[in-house]
Design a protein around this ligand. Structure first.
Ligand code: HEM
Length: 494
């Protein structure tokens, strides 16, 4: 049986998180790749626990890793506003995103989320499926055009991570903002370059680097120093683009004032504008948030999906058979086809199963953090204010207590068993943490699922794919956990 990570680089061999701590650095050495959630996915199954595992990081700072559905539900639902995102994360993200939904806390978050929810309801998202599909077909077409037809069996190796990031940026441009970025054909487009700058930045690692980061940030904020680094330049570009888009949308609305909302655009920003609840500044922050939160996560998930399809050729073939049988005219005659319907794409059981299994085994956000804002408790255990809480989708998604002995096996069939289409057989809905749960869960989940299914179906329906590199990969963790150095896949036209 092939393991879902041919070699889970960065995995620790530690079995007992209570032992082996050092005076200043706690258990830092035992969690070399903590941010990806990799060591924690071993701990959750190997360290006997009743819902909480405690370990220590730099300067012996205590971290509480929550492993049980009841504990997760307390942190994410019942007491969600008692646990906030850490200052470092908000500082870093706030620079890129402004105070949008991801960065806001407390009553500000509650208010923003309530205003934004209507734009993400299924009745709006399903109108976006034709866009998801057309952009997915556009990706398949551009890749096909890059494969030389002169060969006997036309095939070419692509580094898929960059192509997928551009495809998801184009989808967000069109479905999120009603704007054609066309980065598939223009990889040096200003937005694309700006995001490359942002995502290529590595968060500070190590005690010294972290200390230097905080001192520099404090200096900049106390003395109001203006920044000239690459993130600031990228943020300026993105903010300028956002302003331009919003101004254009507003003036279009005024010109077309008499038309109803549906005629004025189905994209998310149009739906938000139609509600008349947002100032331009708010729209700007939300727009930057959706762009950043929405394209890199889906692109990373798609990269892992292609990796999985290459590791498991039987799954790839079964999926291709289903897609080509159910969508022949959409796959082969994209121009002539009817617009894709949400009902049609969502009705493919194996596609649904493969998407869910990829999301379960390869969550792009392997770990997220919270900090207790007041003295509180989890599972009856006292948690002092300031304690860091770790939630690891990568670990919980493969907990044997929640999924059974084959928890870590990549097996889409678990979602095909009777009455398991929505659970995969996981014990509770907190067994599947990829989009989190509760008031701070991913607001874009429906959007992400629609575009993900479209991209996967269009690619697997058009190409046979195989790995063109060593299957042992190192996971690189920046804002998301992706294969280090990209992923080389050979595409052969069917
Ligand atoms: C496979 C794709 C995606 C995954 C796995 C994913 C996962 C997540 C996760 C885990 C969070 C919670 C982060 C935390 O609180 O620490 C989150 C939040 C969020 N996501 Fe996604 N996301 C995806 C795609 C998208 C898309 C396409 C959009 C927008 C169109 C989006 C917008 C957001 C926003 C705005 C939040 C903040 C929600 C809040 O705090 O209320 N995401 N996402």
């Amino acid at each position: 049986m092939v393991q879902p990570f041919a070699n889970p680089a960065g995995t620790s061999k530690t079995h007992n998180s209570q032992q082996g701590g050092r005076l200043l650095s706690g258990h830092v050495k035992l969690v070399p790749n903590e941010r990806s959630g990799m060591p924690l996915q071993e701990w959750i199954n190997e360290i006997p626990n009743t819902g909480l595992i405690r370990y220590r990081m730099r300067f012996n700072k205590e971290v509480v890793f929550v492993t049980s559905p009841k504990g997760l539900s307390e942190v994410l639902v019942q007491k969600s506003y008692e646990f906030v995102k850490p200052a470092k994360l908000r500082l870093g993200l706030g620079r890129i995103l402004g105070v949008g939904l991801i960065v806001a806390e407390g009553s500000q978050h509650k208010k923003q989320r309530k205003l934004l929810m209507p734009a993400f309801l299924h009745r709006h998202i399903k109108d976006l499926y034709p866009i998801f599909w057309d952009k997915s077909v556009a990706l398949a077409r551009v890749l096909s055009e890059n494969i030389s037809p002169s060969q006997d069996k036309p095939a070419k190796v692509f580094d898929v991570a960059d192509w997928l990031a551009r495809a998801t940026l184009d989808i967000l441009g069109s479905a999120g903002l009603g704007e054609e970025f066309d980065t598939l054909h223009h990889p040096d487009n200003e937005i694309c370059s700006a995001y490359r700058n942002v995502f290529e930045q590595k968060p500070p690692r190590g005690t010294l680097a972290m200390g230097a980061f905080f001192v520099r940030e404090a200096f900049i904020s106390i003395f109001g120093i203006s920044r000239k680094d690459s993130i600031s330049m990228a943020t300026k570009t993105l903010t300028d683009v956002a302003r331009r888009l919003i101004a254009r949308k507003r003036s279009n609305r005024q010109v077309e004032g008499s038309k109803d909302q549906h005629d004025q655009g189905r994209d998310i920003i149009s739906v938000m504008l139609a509600s008349d609840s947002f100032t331009d500044r708010m729209l700007e922050n939300h727009l930057l948030t959706f762009l950043a939160a929405g394209h890199e996560t889906t692109a990373t998930s798609m990269t892992w999906a292609l990796y999985a399809l290459c590791l498991y050729p039987n799954v790839q073939q079964q999926l291709r058979d289903e897609v080509r049988k159910a969508l022949p005219q959409h796959i082969d005659q994209a121009h002539a086809a009817e617009p894709m319907k949400a009902e049609l794409l969502d009705s493919l059981p194996y596609l649904h199963a493969v998407c869910n299994e990829v999301f379960r085994i390869y969550p792009p956000a392997g770990l997220t953090r919270r900090v207790a804002v007041q003295n509180t408790s989890i599972l009856g255990q006292f948690i002092p204010a300031g304690t860091e809480i770790v939630i690891s989708p990568r670990a919980v998604n493969v907990s044997k207590d929640l999924w059974g002995p084959d928890a870590a096996t990549f097996n889409p069939d678990r979602w095909m068993r009777p009455s398991q289409a929505n659970t995969g057989g996981g014990l509770t809905n907190f067994s599947f943490m990829t989009f989190l749960h509760g008031p701070r869960s991913c607001i874009g989940q429906g959007f992400a699922r629609g575009e993900f299914a479209s991209l996967l179906a269009a690619l697997v329906g058009t190409f046979e794919m195989s790995l063109a590199q060593d299957p042992d990969i190192v996971i690189e963790t920046g804002l998301t956990s992706r294969p280090k150095g990209g992923l080389l896949v050979q595409f052969r036209k069917i």
